[in-house]
Write a new protein. Structure first.
Length: 37
């Protein structure tokens, strides 16, 4: 679980940085929601 949590945190950070860089949060939110399922 700890490894999974770290991986999830790392991916979330990447999504956040990607969102800031591209300024398209609506697109990233969709990708993030899909990956959570």
């Amino acid at each position: 679980m700890k490894l999974y949590h770290n991986e999830y945190t790392r991916q979330s950070l990447m999504y956040t940085l990607f969102t800031i860089k591209n300024k398209k949060p609506e697109k990233i939110n969709k990708i993030h929601l899909i990956s959570m399922n």
